[in-house]
Design a protein around this ligand. Structure first.
Ligand code: NAD
Length: 495
């Protein structure tokens, strides 16, 4: 598969002719050759997005027409789902089940965005703020402009969808950069966007590493940055875009607390706790990597947990039954193994796993055993995001202690509470400093609801009405409801 740059509705070569390769993390096989854009190509992509932004065809398009385009994209994703699933499995190391869910969810997201676009009110008179005979006050919403959007490698198609959906719903334009580890599915999405009839230049897609990202974000014509990635890079980006006061939404890292209360249904909570930190081999930003378990159920919970962890279907992703595959790259593998060794050196108690899998079918991939440590807040992995299949389990006595432990983090992306008593769980949920909290669930997201983080997990929200509004500027228009000269309240102010 050859992946070119998608600029102004066409697939074009990198002007520097720099071509790199992406590999299947399950077995090292080549997946795609992708073109890396030069600074000149980035200029061309931003210029195309700028021209499209002012093109009357796009600028004046009705909300209904935008909604129809979003719906057509949703349909075309469904039509090509088999092909996208296949690419996503190989490029990102997703299991077949995860890739199918990702494609399904992305099609569903574009459908929701279509509804949002159709119902979006871009001009609203505020009756309460207005006064008859004096003022008519309205809010006018207008697209923010050309966006630079940067996505990570863990959910390549889903992340591209979350970024492009609101761009199309609001009349913005974009240059999106996919992660160089996983370039493939975003380019199938580019074909779909072209085939759905989105005007040339509205969506441009390129791939590359940090240098490409930096050149894109700091381009003077960029009006909004939408970034998903690590908190460390998020901080660097915020510094770099400060001189232009570029508006930004940031979806960053997490270290989410998963609280199991003494009245939880352990037949669900144990599997829920495993799913919370092992989904996609732990490479999900909202992973429940701090498992807090109430003291009196700790022995029973752990007995069940350590039995079930051995039953996770760890397999190469070529096997349709895989429930858990490789991590994305050798770099990520080394980072995770580094945290495991550090935890051992800090005397964290290793309860399960802790090793790279190297035998037989695992020999060519980047596989790590599902790993569990017993830890306290004194251990490094209580605080640092690992982004791999490693959980730290900590006992607590009281609900107050659970809340205090959960909030003892620089991050605030997500969390969960497991209890048969929903009122009790709600009471705890509402004290958690986290953008999403599940009660007796994990990882499930709703495109109509906001997703994002408190504290160093991010700025602003994606999805929901909050996500769409972040692509709009608001203009207050004050219209006089009285044109009689003698009634102007300011008339004698300076005379
Ligand atoms: P990363 O921050 O290293 O890279 C993310 C993206 O930014 C990639 O496309 C990369 O090429 C680009 N990039 C890297 N340095 C850059 C720079 N200086 N300027 C501009 N672009 C740059 O993150 P990653 O390792 O790819 O992804 C894992 C991280 O993403 C984790 O921290 C995870 O929690 C986070 N994440 C957050 C969410 C969320 O919604 N909050 C979702 C998925 C992933």
């Amino acid at each position: 598969m050859e992946i070119k740059l998608f600029i102004n509705g066409k697939f074009v070569d990198s002007s520097d002719k720099i071509i790199k390769t992406s590999f299947d993390p399950s077995n090292g096989n080549e997946v795609a050759k992708y073109h890396v854009p030069s600074p000149k190509d980035i200029d061309l992509a931003v210029a195309a997005a700028q021209a499209a932004f002012t093109n009357p065809l796009w600028k004046n398009m009705s909300q209904d027409a935008r909604a129809d385009l979003l719906l057509a994209i949703s349909e075309k994703i469904k039509e090509r789902s088999k092909e996208i699933v296949d690419v996503e499995v190989r490029d990102s190391g997703s299991t077949l089940r995860k890739a199918k869910a990702d494609v399904h969810n992305t099609a569903a997201f574009f459908k929701v965005m279509s509804k949002v676009a159709r119902e979006l009110k871009l001009n609203i008179i505020d009756e309460a703020a207005s006064r008859a005979g004096f003022s008519i006050n309205s809010r006018e919403y207008t697209p923010v402009g050309v966006c630079a959007q940067i996505i990570p490698w863990n959910f390549p198609l889903v992340m591209a969808g979350w970024k492009i959906g609101p761009v199309l719903a609001t009349g913005c334009t974009t240059v999106l950069k996919s992660a160089e580890e996983t370039p493939a599915s975003a380019f199938i999405l580019a074909e779909i966007i072209r085939d759905a009839g989105v005007p040339d230049g509205v969506v441009n897609i390129i791939t590359g590493g940090a240098d490409v990202g930096r050149d894109l974000l700091n381009h003077p014509q960029i009006k909004k940055v939408a970034f998903t990635g690590s908190t460390m890079v998020g901080k660097e980006i915020l510094k770099s875009i400060a001189p232009n006061i570029t508006t930004a939404t940031m979806e960053l890292g997490g270290k989410s607390a998963n609280i199991v209360l003494n009245d939880a249904d352990l037949s669900i909570a144990v599997d829920g706790a495993l799913y919370a930190f092992l989904y996609h081999s732990g490479q999900a930003c909202d992973s429940g990597t701090r498992l807090l378990v109430q003291e009196e159920i700790y022995p029973e919970f752990m007995e069940k947990f350590l039995k079930r962890i051995k039953e996770v279907k760890v397999m190469p992703t070529t096997d349709a039954n895989a429930g858990y595959g490789p991590v994305v790259s050798e770099k990520q593998l080394k980072t995770i193994l580094g945290f495991i060794e550090l935890s051992k050196s800090e005397n964290a108690k290793l309860l399960s796993g802790g090793n790279r899998l190297m035998e037989g079918e695992f020999s060519k991939g980047f596989f790590i055993e599902p790993t569990a440590f017993e830890i306290t807040p004194a251990h490094t992995i209580f605080h640092e995001e690992i982004f791999g299949p490693v959980v730290g389990i900590t006992k607590f006595k009281t609900e107050e202690e659970a809340v205090s432990m959960a909030n003892n983090s620089k991050y605030g992306l997500a969390g969960a509470v497991w209890s048969k008593d929903h009122a009790r769980a709600h009471q705890i949920a509402s004290q958690l400093e986290a953008g999403t909290v599940w009660i007796n669930e994990y990882h499930l997201l709703n495109p109509g609801m906001p997703f994002g983080g408190f504290k160093q997990s991010g700025l602003g929200r994606e999805m929901g009405s909050e996500g769409v509004m972040s692509y709009l500027e608001v203009r207050h228009v004050w219209e006089s409801d009285c044109d009689a000269r003698e009634k102007k309240v300011w008339l004698d102010a300076i005379f």
